[in-house]
Design a protein around this ligand. Structure first.
Ligand SMILES: *Cc1c(COP(=O)(O)O)cnc(C)c1O
Length: 403
């Protein structure tokens, strides 16, 4: 029996069975052709079945699929960490690989905590954002604040003590630092765009102020760019605009091919672990960290991103989205938000979206709404006609039922 995610198995709608996928198209077993508006949880930025990524994986597969990084190493992981060090801004150079975004967030939080213990500090708090989503493992859930995920803890559970959540508001930020600044190990944020918490977008001025305060209070700034990285906000990384101390990447890292993630530290963090004292070493090591097939997929994915000027592709997606959404309104809609390769229609009542998935399916679009959010995060290789089909389907749902 397959246990599906985020679903009551008793009442689960049958998932759509995929036989083949190519570019932005999902082909179902019963012959439907669906344009994918979700990019398999925002990761498949080059589309499916990409010949060059396929070839890169095949080539490595002939050598070996995986060897552990405990006592062993290999070319693909060396090349990927060199590439990331060169490609990412400033001294974000030190790459700790893991197999998923949640684990990479755990690694970042653990790094920040131990960075402080190593220097003899007893800081014991973490600052995070309201509506944050950082993954489904326990500490990631604690720094998270996604309504849908509170069931495990209860909103004010004891277990969350030590994590402060603030809104993306500069005065709340300043208050938090003046109250707790000396006690904070880190401030973790999804910069500019909060994904699973409802595609909430906020201004870079908040992040710039956070950067200054983190310097002032000697607190590490962590960017969880698992969702925003690789162009989703229209920026290559938000870290290109404001520099964090630790950067977490996942999802699109391998072009959506193989689950892999990386926690990238700057020199200051790295040096916090350099010591003659063995207890200052970072004690973590996922079995599949640095998986060779994942590294080769990631290297090819980054090569395509640069070579084919993906930033201009994303700019075009944003332009078309803005043009198509201009003037679109409905009394049931609270807000339409657009940033880079992300568009979200937030409604007042989640019942408004009930049935949309089937409606979209019948019009050749795969969509997955959650709570009050209907959104598209398309593969960047989408063409104009396909994108307009998705947007028309989203708008059409409201027109269709405008009594
Ligand atoms: C998806 C996501 C994660 C978790 O990544 P997984 O690979 O699903 O564990 C963490 N942070 C953000 C911002 C995400 O969007």
């Amino acid at each position: 029996m397959i246990w599906y995610p985020y679903a009551q198995m008793k009442t689960l709608d049958a998932p759509v069975k995929i036989a083949r996928a190519e570019g932005v198209h999902l082909y179902t077993e019963d012959g439907h052709d669906l344009i994918d508006s979700v990019s398999s949880w925002w990761s498949v930025i080059h589309g499916y079945n990409h010949p060059e990524i396929n070839a890169a994986i095949r080539e490595q597969l002939e050598k070996f699929a995986h060897v552990m990084l405990g006592g062993l190493t290999h070319e693909p992981v060396r090349r990927l960490s060199d590439k990331l060090a060169e490609w990412l801004p400033a001294d974000l150079d030190y790459c700790f690989f893991s197999d998923s975004g949640s684990v990479a967030v755990e690694v970042a939080l653990k790094m920040a905590l131990q960075f402080n213990t190593n220097r003899g500090s007893d800081r014991d708090m973490i600052l995070a954002l309201e509506h944050a989503y950082h993954g489904d493992t326990f500490k990631a859930m604690e720094v998270g604040d996604d309504e849908d995920y509170h069931f495990a803890f209860g909103k004010n559970s004891e277990k969350k003590r030590g994590v402060i959540h603030i809104p993306t508001d500069i005065s709340a930020l300043e208050d938090a630092f003046s109250c707790y600044g000396e006690r904070l190990t880190c401030f973790i944020i999804e910069p500019l765009l909060q994904g699973a918490g409802g595609m909430r977008m906020y201004d870079v001025s908040f992040i710039k102020r956070a950067r200054k305060l983190c310097y002032e209070y000697d607190t590490l700034l962590i960017f969880d760019e698992v969702a925003t990285g690789f162009g989703r906000t229209g920026n290559r990384f938000v870290a290109d605009l404001v520099l964090p101390d630790i950067l977490v990447l996942g999802k699109a890292l391998t072009g959506g091919y193989i689950g892999h993630a990386v926690t990238v530290a700057n020199k200051k963090v790295w040096e916090g672990f350099m010591s003659d004292d063995p207890t200052h070493a970072f004690m973590h090591g996922p079995t599949f960290m640095g998986n060779a097939l994942a590294c080769c997929a990631a290297l090819k994915s980054i090569e395509l991103f640069e070579r084919d000027d993906y930033i201009s592709k994303i700019r075009r997606i944003e332009e078309i989205t803005r043009r198509e959404m201009a003037g679109f309104a409905d009394p049931r809609i609270k807000e339409v938000r657009i940033m880079g390769g992300c568009v979200c229609i937030e409604v007042y009542d989640e019942k408004t979206l009930c049935g949309f998935k089937k409606y979209a399916y019948e019009r050749g679009v795969f969509s997955r709404t959650f709570l009050k959010y209907m959104y598209a995060m398309v593969p960047y290789v989408i063409n104009e006609e396909e994108l307009v089909t998705i947007l028309n389907t989203m708008k059409g749902w409201f027109d269709n039922f405008r009594g």
